[in-house]
Design a protein around this ligand. Structure first.
Ligand SMILES: [Zn+2]
Length: 530
């Protein structure tokens, strides 16, 4: 019999502790998000820290590094577990005082972000109020005032974010990285040079298609607001960052009039041979006071207790969201049962987002909509409109990700440059929206939540979209044009995409599923042809 490696013994003792703590944490999180209970919030914060502490011990980290070099450890599943653990320990080797200072400053920033309300015409307004104005108001001057009010928060947040950027860089440098952007990508198995090159390629090759979309949008804005193109300004869009499709989205909601969104979503997955009823019966589907207003999917124990949280209303957006979260859920249900607990997770958010995005896109596709909401003649024109809007949405959102990623890489490389100038340079270059006059010395870059509180994360959404398009092409090759709506497709996804779990890196998984490394070409073929 083969001699046991000391790493086996370590796993046997260590993993059950992690499993127990993370299941407790997930349960506290579920109670918190479904009720808003402050007890649950305290408990969640405590468990979070306790879980992090499990990965703190420098002596264990040293041992892991030694085992990484040990040639007698050759089993691929063992080696992958070692790799996952080494990365988890590495980010917790930052000096303790620094970690505490980071946690405090992040909590304070989060408070400032949640509590700030700008004034508009002498009245405090919320983010939702501003969004309402940008959706409905037709007077350009009033729109401009609302947009400017939405940027006031930057003055409050910018000094706090900059302090955090310096601390994050200090932490990254203590682990030997040039800056925090480089560290985050390395820990996520993403090569920074590859990332920027790939996004650059996508940007250049979709330039023409995006310019056509902007021209179409500007034509409509000029008609609606009666001003010339140079005077339109970013406030002509329907959200403060110009990241959403401003072309009348509510008209499309008529598609789901009288439609049982959970029911048609269940049917959709049934066509793939996957029963989502048990998932939905554990899920929390409708609005309630105190409950989180967004949507997510959570795997509580990596043993089959997968749930989604939604706030379903009769809109196309919520059909998309329910399909999307169930996409995450079937992925989480599909891991090889023989995998050790530690590897029963996606290797990165990119592949699970890809699955969720493929499913969510069905809510906008002409053919899929026919199956989802019916193909009666009165819905015909709207189904066509929805299909066209999908392409527009993809192009608009991709540009927003390009702004965020380019800005963040520069922010961490050199935080003392003129950041507002950098911000508007990125916006003009990628979104093709002119910088308004008199924004010098302002802090428009600091107003986006993710810059301060979900750093170096946004790029994953676009890589997820790219992978989604590549999977779709693989599915069409495998199962014919009907794509997703077949048992064969369900089987392909389960075997190729879900089954491996975290057995391999996300980039190896892309190759495993599509036969090619991740590249923008499938996405470009789908959305950027002119
Ligand atoms: Zn998602």
């Amino acid at each position: 019999m083969k001699k046991k490696h000391p790493f086996d013994q370590f796993l046997k003792e260590f993993i059950p502790q992690v499993e127990r703590k993370s299941t407790q944490l997930n349960k506290a999180l579920w109670i918190l998000e479904t009720t808003g209970s402050t007890d649950a919030a305290d408990l969640k914060a405590d468990l979070d820290t306790e879980l992090r502490f499990l990965f703190n011990d420098p002596k264990t980290y040293k041992k892991l590094l030694e085992w990484e070099k040990d040639p007698s450890l050759s089993d691929p599943i063992q080696k992958r577990q070692l790799n996952v653990l080494t990365r988890a320990f590495k980010q917790n080797q930052i000096p303790k005082e620094l970690l505490e200072e980071l946690a405090q400053k992040e909590a304070a920033l989060s408070q400032s972000y949640a509590n700030y309300r700008p004034e508009l015409n002498g009245k405090k307004v919320s983010e939702n109020d501003i969004r309402e104005i940008l959706k409905k108001e037709n007077h350009p001057e009033k729109r401009k005032e609302a947009w400017e009010a939405s940027k006031k928060i930057g003055e409050v947040l910018a000094p706090q974010i900059l302090a955090l950027v310096h601390l994050r860089n200090k932490a990254a440098q203590s682990l030997g990285y040039a800056d925090y952007f480089q560290m985050q990508l390395d820990l996520q198995e993403v090569d920074p040079k590859w990332l920027l090159k790939t996004l650059d390629e996508l940007s250049q090759k979709s330039e023409k298609a995006y310019s056509a979309v902007v021209s179409e949008i500007e034509r409509k804005q000029v008609e609606r607001f009666h001003v010339h193109i140079p005077e339109l300004g970013p406030w002509a869009w329907s959200d403060p960052f110009c990241q959403e499709d401003p072309v009348d989205p509510h008209e499309l909601d008529r598609l789901v009039d009288g439609v049982d969104i959970s029911g048609v979503s269940t049917d959709f997955y049934k066509h793939m041979g996957i029963d989502v009823k048990p998932i939905l019966s554990r899920s929390d589907m409708y609005e309630r006071p105190g409950k989180n207003q967004h949507a997510f999917c959570i795997n509580l124990d990596r043993k089959g207790d997968v749930r989604t949280l939604n706030n379903v209303k009769a809109s196309l957006k919520w059909l998309e969201t329910v399909l999307h979260e169930l996409g995450h859920a079937i992925y989480e249900m599909g891991f090889d049962e023989k995998l050790p607990w530690l590897l029963r997770e996606p290797p990165h958010m990119i592949p699970t987002e890809a699955m969720a995005l493929i499913a969510g896109r069905q809510a906008y596709r002409y053919d899929a909509l026919g199956r989802l909401v019916g193909s009666s003649p009165d819905k015909e024109a709207l189904r066509k409109k929805a299909d066209i809007s999908l392409k527009r949405r993809q192009l608009i959102f991709s540009r927003w990700v390009l702004v965020m990623t380019a800005f963040e890489s520069e922010l961490y490389r050199n935080p003392s440059q003129d950041l507002n100038r950098l911000w508007w340079q990125c916006v003009e270059k990628y979104q093709k929206i002119r910088a308004p006059m008199n924004r010098e010395g302002k802090f428009d870059w600091a107003t986006k939540y993710h810059i301060g509180l979900a750093p170096v994360y946004y790029f994953s959404y676009l890589l997820g979209e790219m992978f989604a398009s590549a999977i779709q092409e693989a599915l069409i090759k495998e199962c014919g044009n009907n794509g997703l709506a077949s048992e064969k497709a369900g089987k392909f996804l389960q075997e190729k995409l879900f089954h491996p779990g975290n057995r391999m890196s996300w980039s190896d998984l892309v190759r495993h599923v599509t036969g090619k490394p991740l590249a923008p070409d499938a996405w470009l073929r789908e959305f950027a042809t002119t």
